[in-house]
Write a protein that binds this ligand. Sequence first.
Ligand code: GLN
Length: 263
Amino acid sequence: MSDNPSSLGETPALFDVPPAATSKGTIRVVHLYPREMSIYGDLGNVKCLATRIRRHGYEPEVIGHSPGDPFPVDGHLFVGGGGQDSGQARVEEDLERNASALRDLAAAGSPMLMICGMYQLFGNAFVTVDGRTLPGLGILDVTTQGNATRMIGPVVLDTVVGKVVGYENHSGATTLGSGQAPFGTVVHGHGNNGSDKTEGARTGNVIGSYLHGPLLPANPALADLLIGLAAVRATGRPFEPEPLLDPVADEARNRQVRRLLGG
Ligand code: GLN
């Protein structure tokens, strides 16, 4: 894959479609901590974004950011995944070093999708089940407490892009601050804490969610929301999407909704 600009060189087929003859512009996707924070298929979110960016006629550039790397402040779309508590502890220092860059990018409207462990670290703090506090960036006003009982299983949400499906597996129970909007409302599953029916959090263009799966291939409307925001930032022009059909993803999502909700 000589044309693959990703530092994830060992990952086969990051892009599933060839580049368009003429590109509408380059969209830089920054994958935060691909080695430490990417479980339960979360790499699929990056692959989905790269592939859909090409299908929309833009050129994706994927930058894997690892602890110690210079921070790619010129990224247009930032994605992070889940990880063990130990993985979270390994990225903590680098996250702290780049906290002001990430806060500035978030405040300036950069789209970001942070799943599970990275969602927790974009909040105020994550207190692990053994009592260790991992301070977060405070970009999302959420606080997470680890528990002995994990919240595991399939999830259906109502969100701004309609029904969203995914899979959760976390010990952390997350509480939203009083003014913090959730990402979605739980229709099936546990969500942030198993009790208040909220799932994830959204502030501006920053979305945090517990949903693995991976999330974006099964929910392409969410992928396109993020790509559209990134395209505007990358080109200075309105998003110029192609009319994409996603029959397999739509069928998979609709079946999962029917299976879990009945009807
Ligand atoms: N370690 C965190 C928890 O269990 C995050 C888990 C994950 O990212 N799947 O709450």
